[in-house]
Design a protein around this ligand. Structure first.
Ligand code: FAD
Length: 187
């Protein structure tokens, strides 16, 4: 089904979302089939992100490939953007150090990127999971107490606050450091 947008549309309308509001079904009905894809939601355990092998030589995973998480904090895409800035910073630093990209140093930069991102993204995965769990688990009195008093009063503000994150400053080469002989140099 994943490779057949017409079939995806048909199944969504007739089976998976048949009880959804008419407005939703209308959107699906009118969607541009060329943009319709089907992919499973995936999740990586935080301890696998903390201890897993996330880079090798000049290859690294980032974004969803590194830290797929549940959608409850809406931070998957934001974390991918953070990755881009942090990765850019580490690559930029080795670039500035050597005034060019030295292949042996790329692995070092990727290793630093992974070390910096492991705990941050493991925290987001955990916070997102807990947030979804609290919202979706049971409605008996102790679950209500756990959710409404313990979780929303004490834990959620801390989890939510974690979305404010400073990725650091990108390195900058001043124009005076430019070398016109080197077309790869930053300006
Ligand atoms: C319904 C939904 C709602 C979401 N809401 C939010 C939100 O509110 N806030 C938020 O921060 N995040 C949200 N996310 C999560 C966010 O969309 C993802 O975390 C983000 O898109 C991950 O970016 P990425 O670049 O790592 O991966 P992707 O966006 O998945 O990009 C990977 C790209 O690689 C391409 N690709 C795959 N295999 C190959 C291959 N072999 N060769 C070449 N290309 C390939 C794919 O086609 C794709 O274009 C949401 C996700 C979903 C599904």
């Amino acid at each position: 089904m994943a490779g057949d947008p017409k079939l995806i549309q048909k199944r969504v309308i007739e089976k998976y979302c048949k009880d959804f509001p008419a407005e939703y079904l209308d959107v699906v009905h009118q969607c541009d089939l060329a943009t319709l894809t089907w992919a499973p939601l995936v999740f990586r355990y935080p301890w696998d992100v903390i201890s897993g092998n996330l880079c090798k030589g000049g290859v690294v995973v980032a974004g969803d490939a590194m830290h797929p998480m549940t959608p409850d904090l809406g931070q998957g895409g934001c974390a991918a953007l953070e990755d881009a800035v942090v990765l850019g910073r580490h690559i930029g630093e080795i670039f500035l150090k050597n005034q060019r990209i030295v292949p042996q140093d790329v692995g070092v930069a990727l290793g630093r990127f992974v070390s910096e991102r492991r705990w941050r993204t493991a925290g987001l995965i955990t916070g997102s999971y807990l947030s979804g769990w609290a919202q979706q688990t049971g409605n008996n009195w102790w679950m209500k107490f756990l959710r409404d008093i313990i979780f929303y009063k004490f834990l959620y503000p801390k989890i939510f606050d974690s979305i404010r994150y400073n990725c650091g400053k990108l390195p900058y080469a001043s124009p005076s450091q430019n070398n016109s002989d080197n077309p790869n140099k930053m300006d």
